[in-house]
Design a protein around this ligand. Structure first.
Ligand code: SAM
Ligand code: SF4
Length: 316
């Protein structure tokens, strides 16, 4: 279950948010810490035991370590991870770890200032790099880097990022650019195919060997370099859709359940949480949501309909 804790963010990646005129949800529409905790408690008996905190940018949420602590303390929560842009991470990493956060995905689309500026329309690369360094000093169970692969931007970053991941002993995952940008500028020609990235990395660092897949529902296909230095994964929702295996569920910051990033329907949990519903009623709403999951996202079909919400409003 991916829990979005805010639709706000401190940068403006073009593949996710608009640059201006953003209408963030008013605070009273966003689930409180206590409501999120009650939701998690209610769904744990369904066997949902892996959680990821996301957004918007989770680190801009008020007292995030406090929320992590509440979730981590619930019996049955086996895995607690977070995805962040890393800008505020240097100062918060220790508190997050102490609160019970186990794993961290940090977004890093390139190592050049110009790439960061072009994508995020803000400054901050050095802060992100400091954030990565700070996280590495702590015993997180796993730290991964996420790179959105965009044709015309990412090509020049593939080898430097590969090198960085090898040197820092961090796992690096490339994610194909999906049509979830708020400005609706996505075009299929902008998708940089994971296989092409793999060939570029292999030409620089030697063969990539597939790793075993302990969890068949994971969207990424993971490899390691034959010399044992560095791990690389590919999430290829466009060129190699994995909808048949995907078991990801989402709740938006204002408490709407979604069974797919590309879902055009939502199931309201906030209304239940605010009107004294029982845990069983919350579970039933989630069951209903799962039952309506479609066989595939349909991006390649002629009648594909983009969801009304952009990535920052869903929770990536
Ligand atoms: N703000 C945090 C961050 O950027 O890491 C967490 C939320 S963000 C929506 C989650 C992940 O989705 C990030 O790794 C981001 O790069 C990725 N993402 C955002 N828009 C995307 C898109 N249109 N296609 C593919 N990945 C995207
Ligand atoms: Fe913010 Fe993450 Fe969206 Fe970038 S991808 S604008 S960091 S929420």
């Amino acid at each position: 279950m991916r829990i979005s804790v805010t639709d706000r963010c401190n940068i403006r990646c073009f593949y996710c948010m608009p640059d201006e005129q953003i209408r963030f949800k008013p605070r009273d529409e966003i689930l409180s810490h206590e409501e999120i905790e009650r939701f998690v408690e209610a769904i744990l008996p369904l066997g949902i035991n892996q959680f990821r905190i996301t957004g918007g940018e989770p680190l801009v949420r008020n007292d995030l370590p406090g929320l992590i602590q509440r979730i981590a303390a619930l019996p049955g929560v086996e895995d607690l991870a977070m995805t962040t842009n890393g800008v505020l991470l240097a100062d918060m990493a220790e508190d997050l770890h102490k609160a019970g956060l186990q794993r961290l995905n940090i977004s890093l689309d390139g190592l050049q200032e110009e790439t960061f500026r072009r994508i995020t329309r803000r400054e901050g690369l050095q802060k992100v790099l400091k954030g990565i360094l700070a996280a590495q000093q702590l015993p997180f169970r796993q730290i991964r880097l996420n790179t959105v692969a965009i044709r015309g931007i990412t090509e020049a970053e593939i080898i430097p990022l590969g090198q960085f991941a090898r040197e820092q002993e961090l796992e690096l995952r490339f994610i194909e650019f999906m049509p979830l940008d708020a400005e609706e500028g996505w075009e299929s020609q902008q998708v940089l195919d994971g296989d092409e990235i793999k060939r570029t990395l292999e030409s620089a660092f030697g063969p990539l060997v597939p790793r075993s897949r302990p969890n068949p529902s994971q969207p990424a296909v993971d490899f390691e370099f034959a010399d044992g230095r560095g791990r690389i994964g590919f999430i290829n929702p466009i060129t190699q859709p994995f909808c048949g295996e995907c078991n990801r569920l989402r709740i938006t910051a204002e408490g709407q359940l979604r069974n797919c990033l590309f879902s055009t329907e939502e199931w309201d949990v906030r209304e239940l949480l605010r009107n004294g519903a029982t845990e069983a009623e919350i579970r039933n709403r989630l069951r209903e949501c799962v039952m309506h999951k479609k066989a595939g996202h349909g991006i390649d079909s002629s009648d594909f309909q983009r969801p009304e919400r952009a990535m920052y409003q869903i929770g990536g």
